[in-house]
Design a protein around this ligand. Structure first.
Ligand SMILES: C[S@@+](CC[C@H](N)C(=O)[O-])C[C@H]1O[C@@H](n2cnc3c(N)ncnc32)[C@H](O)[C@@H]1O
Length: 259
């Protein structure tokens, strides 16, 4: 189900699924009527897959949802707001304390803070001496925003807790991509889950009519919780796990579908 013209993500989001696209895309059914990305983050899967008749992206993070909405409705104003942005440590901290007066300013500043933070974690100013992710490339961001604006045409952008989102969009012909926070510590961008949250979430999945695809961190508890499903372990890497150096650290994820 890979899109003919994939779109680049706006955000560098902790736990983003760009690295797993090759494994995930074949598991998205072409014949679903409604595709719903319940924990959207950078919406990596939506931006890289073919269209479905109805598409929904949802996230609890209001800043992230406001960025997508403004890319959708106010793109020229958002680009104008970014016109003089540079990767400045001072702006990084000042914008966190005072994110802006208007919704467009806040969306632009959220995007800048994300792009220039360490690993997209929003917490500390990123320092890099090599690599392509250095600085804030306004021209590239404008292109990405234009791509996202086009791809979001007809997509519904929700800002709901996951259970409300599942309730609203569930049906026999729906398909949910579920990528909740890892069980473990919080990132700067969002709170981590406890094992209790994962157990509650598992119980909720049992009541779904639609099909689903889930990615979670690999742990004995998670393997046990989903032992009656199809579970494929995959290795991936994450810069945030190893934030003392710029090296990446490998850790495992589970790709899970109903049996
Ligand atoms: C692992 S990230 C998703 C990454 C995404 N798949 C990507 O490729 O960038 C988890 C996301 O879930 C969101 N989230 C956390 N708790 C939530 C909840 N109860 N309901 C909806 N979204 C939630 C967070 O804001 C975060 O963006």
């Amino acid at each position: 189900m890979k899109a003919e013209t994939p779109v680049k993500t706006l955000l560098r989001w902790p736990g983003g699924k760009r690295r797993l696209l090759r494994s995930l895309l074949p598991l998205v059914p072409a014949n679903a009527t409604c595709y719903c990305e319940v924990f959207a983050g950078s919406a990596a899967l939506l931006l890289n897959k073919e269209r479905h008749p109805v598409e929904v992206v949802n996230d609890l993070n209001g800043d992230l949802v406001a960025l997508l909405r403004n890319a959708h409705f106010h793109l020229p104003a958002l680009m104008e707001e970014m016109r003089w942005f540079v990767a400045s440590r001072r702006d990084f901290h000042e914008f966190a304390a005072q994110p802006g007066l208007t919704e467009i300013q806040r969306a632009a500043r959220f995007l800048l803070r994300n792009r220039i933070s360490f690993g997209g974690g929003m917490k500390s100013f990123g320092v890099a001496k090599t690599g392509s992710g250095v600085g804030f490339d306004r021209d590239e961001m404008s292109e990405r925003l234009e791509g996202v604006r086009r791809r979001l045409n007809k997509v519904v952008v929700e800002n709901l807790p996951y259970d409300r989102c599942l309730q609203n969009y569930d049906s026999k012909s729906s398909f949910f991509f579920l990528d909740p926070p890892y069980v473990g510590p919080s990132t700067g961008a969002y709170e981590g889950w406890g094992q209790k949250d994962m157990v509650e979430f598992r119980t909720r999945l049992d009541r779904l009519q639609g099909r689903w695809l889930l990615t979670i961190n690999d742990s004995p508890d998670n393997r046990k919780l989903f032992s009656d499903c199809l579970v494929r372990p995959v290795a991936t890497s994450n810069r945030l796990r190893n934030n003392r150096t710029t090296e990446t650290a490998s850790f495992g994820e589970l790709i899970i579908t109903p049996a």
